[in-house]
Design a protein around this ligand. Structure first.
Ligand code: AP5
Ligand code: MG
Length: 212
């Protein structure tokens, strides 16, 4: 498999870019955050295990996450082009991927973004309740207030985009996920892009890195 990992703080634009790449370039996009939110709204066993952690901005335990991603990847053919958005987020998760020859990571793309700007991106985000398309009240407003441009369903604010939970998520990211930058640097898989620019420019940088 050709697996590219999107690494970056909450709000750095991973989901926005991954959705666009999947639509335009035939990548399969797996967002573990979206998968958990779907599991929580369906009330599955995984959703029940995850809810308390997600709602307060903490990470869901590694064993639950590793199982979730293994179940998603194992049925796919070896020729698949995959984007993992939000996985791995810890060293044990990264090691679990590399342990299996089929799911070895090809590239890790780090979305570099000053932390001071992330709170505004996250607290202003609105997400489609049906298709998950992300909008922003200031940076990417929908054509009609609170309605998804793509599918016409209502937009919602994620519970974990409340300011106090955002602060917690950023702390957890700095403690548990930032070390993965070094991990992928050491294995020569890391590329860095400037995520503090407009969506089109970030996308151009991504295409360049993915074609290398
Ligand atoms: P998850 O849903 O993955 O959240 P996250 O990593 O915190 O990332 P976000 O989705 O908040 O940000 P993003 O980078 O996708 O930004 P987006 O494109 O939306 O995870 C949620 C929770 O699930 C975690 O807290 C944890 O509890 C759990 N979880 C998930 N995976 C896990 C794992 N592997 N292990 C353990 N627990 C796990 O953009 C943000 C906003 O900015 C949007 O409004 C967008 O419109 C706007 N925007 C995007 N790009 C730009 C730009 N270039 N300029 C201006 N605005 C922009
Ligand atoms: Mg996201």
């Amino acid at each position: 498999m050709n697996i590219s990992v999107f690494l970056g703080a909450p709000g750095s634009g991973k989901g926005t870019q991954a959705k666009r790449l999947a639509e335009a370039n035939g990548f399969k996009h797996f967002s573990t955050g979206d998968m958990l939110r779907a599991a929580m709204s369906e009330g599955t066993e995984t959703g029940k295990k995850a809810k308390m952690f997600v709602d307060r901005g903490d990470y869901v335990p590694d064993d639950v996450m590793i199982q979730l991603i293994q179940d998603a990847l194992s049925p796919l053919p070896a020729s698949s082009k995959i984007i993992l958005d939000g996985f791995p987020r810890t060293l044990p998760q990264a090691e679990a991927l590399d342990k299996n020859a089929k799911t070895k990571v090809s590239k890790a793309i780090f979305f570099d973004m000053p932390q001071s700007l992330l709170v505004e991106r996250l607290t202003g985000r609105r997400t489609c309740s049906k298709c998950g398309e992300p909008f922003h009240v200031k940076f990417h407003p929908p054509k009609k207030a609170n309605v998804c441009d793509k599918c016409g369903n209502p937009l919602i604010q994620r519970k974990d985009d409340a300011e106090d939970v955002v602060t917690r998520r950023l702390d957890v990211y700095n403690n548990q996920t930032a070390p993965l930058i070094e991990f992928y640097k050491k294995t020569k898989k890391l590329s860095q892009i400037d995520a503090n620019t407009d969506v089109d420019t970030v996308y151009e940088q991504l295409l360049k890195q993915l074609s290398k």
